[in-house]
Design a protein around this ligand. Structure first.
Ligand SMILES: C[S@@+](CC[C@H](N)C(=O)[O-])C[C@H]1O[C@@H](n2cnc3c(N)ncnc32)[C@H](O)[C@@H]1O
Length: 288
């Protein structure tokens, strides 16, 4: 429990900083202005330019690893919960699909992210979106609330993934669906790499794909499907040294977007091991 709390604290601090400063980048002094380097990153993760242009500026911080809304076949009037909603990107995309009779609830434990998301909702006049402060391990929603639960690159950050999926199961209506984009391991990370990773980085608490899918099944979900998965192999990176990675610095607690070729040797080794060991997956399941 102490470890779980400590991990959440590190993650919260890391994302509070990103909410306030953005991912620092070499392209401009302000990452949130257009055109953003996030946009390129996000297009690689499955968003279209039109989708990114349809939401308030500053709601996409380039933190996702998929586009769960695009895979969730949302219908008018549905209620959606987004686990770890960040600055609101997927909530705003979902809000358009469920319309004024639908509702989207974004949940995030980082107050600074929530402030940003609420500001963005105001900018875009979203009346069907609400952001709630809370942990995804203890969802601030009643049982059987949602038709659909989405999440984008968040569950990898918790040390208690089973509790998150249990909570998602509780919060879904019977027959409801969950669509998650997340980062999993295709092979175990060397201990030194995991230990050396930034406390709020995605790889610190990521687990093997099979273990991840077992957890979803163990809590009672059915019809579990991997909709697609994407590998980040290092050969690809050596071919393209300009591919960007997030370089986390423990001492300054900063995270910068950098090309592989700009990293120091230690970071290059961590990045290459991490990229060679991870997969981004989109998975769906049903609460019977
Ligand atoms: C990688 S970012 C993804 C944000 C958003 N889903 C997106 O795609 O832009 C992770 C977000 O999840 C939140 N988060 C991480 N762990 C959480 C937890 N245990 N409970 C609630 N929120 C959490 C962080 O505060 C952060 O905003």
């Amino acid at each position: 429990m102490v470890e779980e709390e400590q991990s959440r604290k590190s993650v919260r601090e890391g994302y509070a900083k990103i909410a306030k400063e953005g991912l620092r980048c070499k392209f401009s002094t302000s990452c949130c202005e257009s055109p953003t380097p996030y946009e390129e990153l996000s297009k690689k993760m499955g968003y279209t330019k039109e989708e990114l242009n349809s939401i308030p500026k500053g709601s996409n911080l380039g933190l996702g690893c998929g586009n769960p809304v695009a895979l969730s076949s949302l219908k008018e009037g549905e209620t959606v919960i987004d686990l770890g909603s960040g600055a609101g990107v997927d909530c705003f995309l979902a809000a358009k699909k469920v319309g004024e009779n639908g509702k989207v609830i974004g949940i995030d434990m980082t107050p600074e992210m929530l402030d940003k998301a609420r500001e963005n909702a105001k900018k875009g006049n979203y009346e069907n979106v609400e952001f709630r402060l809370g942990e995804i391990e203890h969802l601030p929603v009643a049982d059987n609330t949602a038709d659909v639960i989405i999440s984008n690159c968040v569950i990898n950050l918790t040390t208690n993934k089973k509790q998150v999926y249990k909570e998602a199961f509780r919060a879904l209506k019977p027959g409801g669906r969950i669509i998650v984009s997340d980062l999993v391991l295709k092979k175990e990370l060397p201990a030194a790499i995991r230990e050396g990773a930034h406390p709020s980085s995605c790889i610190k608490t990521a687990i093997l794909k099979d273990k991840y899918l077992d957890i979803i099944e163990e809590v009672g979900f059915k019809d579990i499907k991997i909709l697609n998965e994407k590998e980040y192999c290092f050969e690809e990176l050596t071919d393209d040294p300009n591919i960007e990675v997030i370089d986390a610095n423990h001492n300054t607690n900063t995270r910068e977007l950098k090309s592989i070729s700009e990293l120091d040797e230690k970071s290059k080794r961590i990045a290459s091991e991490a990229l060679a060991s991870t997969l981004s997956i989109n998975v769906s399941a049903i609460k019977p």
